[in-house]
Design a protein around this ligand. Structure first.
Ligand SMILES: *Cc1c(COP(=O)(O)O)cnc(C)c1O
Length: 220
């Protein structure tokens, strides 16, 4: 299987309204260009330095998604060109994105990352913490960030039911947030859930964006 065939195979199982983000972290420029030449334009990276290098070298019509933990002191490097930051995991980070985006007159699309997995080392707002955070601040005072939805990662497990339960839980939180806190915000529409091994479950739970890496780039 090559990269174009892998993509073709995935796209066969993807509803047309679900966006495919090709997760290209650790992949070479040449591998990314194979996906690009197969028609893909949305790529996801998890490290700032790697992303900036790829942005410089690769075609400018690529839409770059940031999906990793973002340190506040590195926000300024990606704000000039990033399409969507999936991994906003603190109010502080959102304010720094606002500050840096205001300086250059951009509005940055962001998702709030939800911590649902049982692993401690994952980032994000806890499910029962987010409503209180939004109660205090629905971010309508921020003019250079656009909160477009939620993102989450499931636990590292083979237990399909657990993964599905976790995705459903985030989807429920999304619906509640939309009704209670983003009622008048037409852009609050995105649910970024699902990776190579669980994207079908994620789509069943209502995912609008799947982040797929190994099934595209690894020849296994
Ligand atoms: C690496 C990564 C992915 C892609 O995972 P695969 O299992 O390779 O598809 C998706 N989301 C995030 C946040 C990642 O870091």
């Amino acid at each position: 299987m090559n990269i174009a065939e892998n993509i073709n195979e995935i796209r066969k199982h993807l509803p047309s309204k679900v966006e495919l983000i090709c997760v290209s972290k650790f992949q070479s420029d040449a591998a990314i260009m194979q996906a690009y030449n197969a028609g893909e334009r949305h790529f996801g990276e998890s490290r700032v330095q790697e992303l900036c290098g790829k942005y410089e070298r690769l075609p400018k019509d690529i839409c770059w998604h940031f999906i990793g933990h973002l340190q506040t002191n590195k926000v300024k490097y990606i704000v000039p060109f990033v399409t969507l930051i999936h991994s906003v995991d603190s109010v502080n980070l959102l304010h720094e994105i606002e500050n840096q985006a205001a300086k250059i007159g951009r509005k940055i699309n962001c998702l709030l990352q939800i911590h649902i997995a049982t692993e401690e080392n994952k980032f994000g707002f806890a499910v029962d913490e987010l409503p209180a955070v939004l109660q205090q601040n629905n971010f309508s005072n921020l003019h250079n960030v656009n909160v477009c939805g939620l993102m989450g990662m499931a636990s590292l497990t083979d237990n399909q039911k657990q993964i599905h339960d976790e995705y459903n839980c985030i989807a429920e939180l999304f619906t509640t947030c939309k009704q209670v806190f983003f009622e008048n915000k037409n852009d609050f529409t995105q649910l970024s859930l699902g990776m190579s091994h669980d994207y079908q479950l994620a789509i069943e739970s209502g995912s609008t964006m799947v982040r797929i890496g190994s099934s595209i780039f690894n020849n296994d």
